[in-house]
Design a protein around this ligand. Sequence first.
Ligand code: 13P
Ligand code: SF4
Length: 310
Amino acid sequence: VDVRLDLFAEIERLKKEKNAIVLAHYYQEPDIQDVADYIGDSLGLSQQAAKTDADIIVFAGVHFMAETAKILSPQKKVLLPDLKAGCSLADSAPPELFRKFKEKHPDHLVISYINCSAGIKALSDIICTSSNAEKIIESVPKDQPIIFAPDRNLGAYLAKKTGRDMLLWNGACMVHEIFSLEKITKLKIRHPKAKVIAHPECEAAVLEIADYIGSTTGLLKFSQKDDAQEYIVVTETGILHQMQKENPGKTFIPAPPNNACACNDCPHMKLNTLEKLYLCMEYEQPEITMNEQLRIAAKKPIERMLEISA
Ligand code: 13P
Ligand code: SF4
């Protein structure tokens, strides 16, 4: 007798029984994306977390994303399939060091990318994501000095785009930092009609050769409305699942990184699996819990972001 569990059916059953919603980031494995109620970029996911009337939010993403959901919806149970799913970019800004840095520049307004801990959010004036960052920066008076944290690549890209001279924290994403300009250039020679589409967490040299730069949702939408047939996709490979689903006739080539194993998966995002998703729904753990004072302090700059990007 085959006693294997049909995890898709079990997860659907648990969603109904527990009034739970599954939110997934585009970098999650395809099975998780297929079972999710909503798939999105960081902005879309935080908007969903703020407005859902589910009792349980199952966050298939990394810790700072689930934490943001808890900050916005404290009365809800927020589950993360693997509590160890962190983020190298968020880790590159320890709150105590950042506090000292901020104290040296008391006249600066702090805009932080959502990929940071609640501790950094609590030290920030406004949060942004890669899809609303320009708008957020533009909402600040031109003569206001700005600190941008924690991603130096996104910060440098935004400084160039908006013409603002921002003070940048020296953090980076381990996935987007390792794309190889040389290998992408070689690929372009073999695929002369392919468009290069890149996430702004990539280094400046890679962004310079990109035909389009945007958040994961931005990249997906571009691939739908653009008329090219081939794309070199310079971001984490998880996004290719939706690109291929939405555009069955087009070809999407993952951009090669410079490491020997040619792996551009995010090791944090990929800690979540369909099995862990099922188990966390069944046992309602691991759960995100937070100090209430920290939560309130971290909520203010996120709410400012949601207001500006509404
Ligand atoms: P977005 O989906 O908001 O573009 O973020 C990308 C990312 O690196 C999330 O960890
Ligand atoms: Fe963090 Fe980069 Fe992974 Fe996104 S892709 S979770 S920024 S390490």
